[in-house]
Design a protein around this ligand. Structure first.
Ligand code: PEP
Ligand code: MN
Length: 336
């Protein structure tokens, strides 16, 4: 439930509404706006009778939100959230960002070379997995803490902020020491203990859509992080499972404008995992930006044919530089 105060409502009236909400056993979350304050009601399991609220002085309207997410919704928070990662601002009104790097950190030479290449080509952030959620247990699982140390080295060399995945609640503290943006992978989108733990830190979180998650489930997963107190969340569409097998996943680009309607959080697109095919990455990255994505996530590898994971979808340095040239043109067309 969302209680909208009228624009003349004073502090005393706002406090009286907050108290009434608390007396009903719920939590009140005031959301001050430029013209009026709204008060979100949290903690209810179903419909809440608003009889004790709607006639209080200063209340203009009571909106019943039936969705499983509230803090994430535009109804609750009309102004777009811009998330700051290192010094980079991501979200509405900002130039779309490019996150680039290998699927996994493999060794020092590979990550430093890639970091320097993507930095020179104009990337804003460096990605690289140290903890890898692989489909089978016999494949490369990532360098773990050593991978984090190599990412820190790459950051020192290039100044690029780091995006890397965290797979378990126990590792949130460790990964947060190194990462500027902590990624939750598609396979962990509904790892609720992990989401809750990420809600308790101050660093921003990149939440990828589960491969079989509806948009409502995706937004409800983000709600877990916000509900624990961390509002710095970026959503990422990375393709979903469909009957189509010609691509690794099916990129659901329509969720980009839809998320922008339903939520105030920034949304990015990962055309690498969405398509699984190098030749499709650039066209879908550009399509994502036209659809309104606040950034794209691109896998790049010095020698994709030798990559320990996701080689077929990784761009070469040359391919990435070419894409960056195209993105620059597109951004200027889009007004950035
Ligand atoms: C990744 O970004 O390296 C990754 C594993 O992606 P996803 O979780 O979307 O499959
Ligand atoms: Mn990958």
């Amino acid at each position: 439930m969302l209680i909208v105060m009228n624009h003349k409502a004073g502090q005393k009236q706002i406090e009286a509404v907050i108290k009434a909400v608390q007396d009903m056993g719920f939590t009140a979350a005031p959301i001050p706006g430029s013209e009026r304050t709204a008060i979100g009601v949290l903690g209810n399991k179903g419909y809440v009778d608003d009889v004790n609220i709607r006639d209080l002085p200063g209340v203009q309207e009571v909106i019943h939100v039936s969705k499983p997410y509230k803090l994430v919704s535009r109804d609750f928070h009309p102004r777009a959230t811009v998330v700051k990662v290192g010094g980079v601002e991501i979200g509405e009104g900002e130039r779309p960002v490019v996150v680039a790097g290998p699927c996994a950190v493999e060794n020092e030479e590979q990550i430093i070379k890639t970091a320097k290449c993507v930095k020179a080509a104009g990337a804003d952030l460096l990605r690289g997995g140290a903890f890898k959620p692989r489909t089978g247990p016999h494949t490369f699982q990532g360098l773990k803490e050593e991978g984090l140390r190599l990412l820190a080295l790459a950051k020192k060399e290039t100044g690029l902020p780091i995006v890397t995945e965290v797979m378990s609640p126990e590792n949130v503290g460790l990964v947060a020491e190194y990462a500027d943006l902590l990624q939750v992978g598609a396979r962990n989108m509904q790892n609720f203990d992990l989401l809750r733990e990420l809600g308790r830190i101050k660093k921003p979180v990149l939440l990828k859509r589960g491969m079989s998650a509806t948009l409502e489930e995706f937004l409800a997963a983000a709600e877990y992080i916000l509900a624990e107190g961390n509002p710095h969340v970026i959503l990422c569409e990375r393709g979903i499972r469909t009957f189509e097998t010609a691509t690794r996943n099916t990129l659901d680009l329509s969720v980009v404008p839809l998320i922008r309607e339903l939520s105030h959080l920034p949304v990015m697109v990962d055309p690498s995992h969405a398509t699984g095919k190098r030749s499709l990455v650039a066209p879908m990255a550009k399509a994502a930006l036209v659809a309104g994505a606040h950034g794209v996530l691109i896998e790049v590898h010095p020698e994709p044919e030798k990559a320990l994971s996701d080689g077929p979808q990784s761009l070469t340095f040359h391919g990435f530089e070419k894409l960056m040239g195209e993105i620059r043109k597109l951004n200027s067309f889009l007004g950035y």
